[in-house]
Write a protein that binds this ligand. Structure first.
Ligand code: CP
Length: 320
């Protein structure tokens, strides 16, 4: 393993065993995670990007839903920190033979594990697991409920552009109703003092959207003229009963809510984000995703650092 890690000492007492959602984390907790993540981000640029912080820990990545970014970046973060890592995928497990979630997690837990990273289509599964096993549980996305590490990496990436998010205008555009990324981002961004507008068709807004605490708009032009950062969301066809029932056609959706090259010219200041995967030509033009105004790949890089920070803090945060 490589050089030692120099983490910043602060007075903040981080008292969490789990990361189930950002609802449970205070503004100070969020700022603390983002501050620690800066040190892990530096490690990723070292010639040997490794620290032995988790060398005595065993972590299970329990993915009941598909993932590229979250799964790989958790695994990479764990390996960069020296943990023993095992990966569970629903498709190649005894779930196919009818084993329940509770039996699956209790069997895995019997193998003496310290942490579980879980993604599941049902909201509340991470909370349920805390009642089944003693390990620390990290929510890697539960249905349309929360995706806290995505929001943390999004806020970390926004802070690379705007170090203080207080008073910044953040627009989140698209399929608000089915998005766990929105819920965690709104919770986190409002705690950090940002102004948040959710923009999309009425049919893609959740029933009680105003209860989230953000502004709501159905006008993309106005929203892009207002915002410092525009984060587009994937239309989640898999969470809709019938793929196109919320809008007449993909083409019409793109015309009304897709970010285009024309928008980049007309509004020269806003930065583009997307949690991925991007449907090119739907949420945004391909050229917009690849433009120098896009920080989508920085989000992915930062995801490893932010996940290293949360693994470090939930493992007890002992110095290396
Ligand atoms: N952003 C995100 O959660 O991507 P994956 O589904 O690929 O993990």
């Amino acid at each position: 393993m490589s050089e030692e890690l120099e983490l910043k000492d602060t007075d903040h007492e981080f008292a969490h065993k789990h990361l189930l959602g950002l609802t449970d984390y205070s503004k100070e907790d969020i700022q603390y995670v983002l501050e620690q993540a800066k040190y892990f981000r530096e490690i990723l640029d070292r010639p040997v990007p490794k620290v032995p912080t988790l060398r005595d820990k065993t972590i299970v990545n329990l993915f009941y839903e598909d993932s590229t970014r979250t799964k790989l970046s958790f695994e990479l973060a764990q390996k960069r920190m020296g943990a023993d890592v095992v990966n569970f995928s629903k498709g190649s497990s005894s779930v196919q033979k009818g084993e329940s979630l509770k039996d699956t997690i209790r069997n895995i837990s019997s193998m003496k594990i310290d942490m579980v990273v879980v993604r599941h289509k049902s909201p509340g599964v991470p909370h349920f697991l805390t009642r089944c096993v003693d390990a620390a549980i990290i929510n890697a996305g539960d249905g349309a409920h929360e995706h806290p590490t995505q929001a943390l990496l999004d806020m970390f990436t926004m802070q690379q552009v705007y170090p203080n998010l207080e008073g910044r205008n953040i627009a989140i555009i698209g399929d608000i109703a089915h998005s766990r990324v929105v819920r965690s981002n709104v919770i986190g961004l409002l705690k950090l003092g940002a102004n948040v507008t959710l923009c999309g068709p009425q049919t893609m807004m959740p029933a009680h959207v105003h209860e989230l605490g953000a502004e709501v708009s159905h006008n993309l032009e106005e929203t892009l003229g207002w915002c410092d950062i525009a984060m587009a969301l994937r239309i989640q066809l898999e969470r809709q009963e019938n793929g196109t029932e919320l809008f007449p056609s993909i083409r019409e959706y793109h015309q009304l809510f897709g970010i285009t090259e024309r928008h980049l010219e007309k509004y020269p200041d806003f930065t583009i984000m997307h949690p991925g995967p991007v449907n090119r030509g739907v949420e945004m033009d391909s050229a917009v995703a690849d433009s120098d105004r896009s920080i989508i790949l920085s989000q992915v890089t930062n995801g490893v650092a932010v996940r290293m920070a949360i693994l470090y803090l939930l493992s007890g945060g002992s110095r290396v």
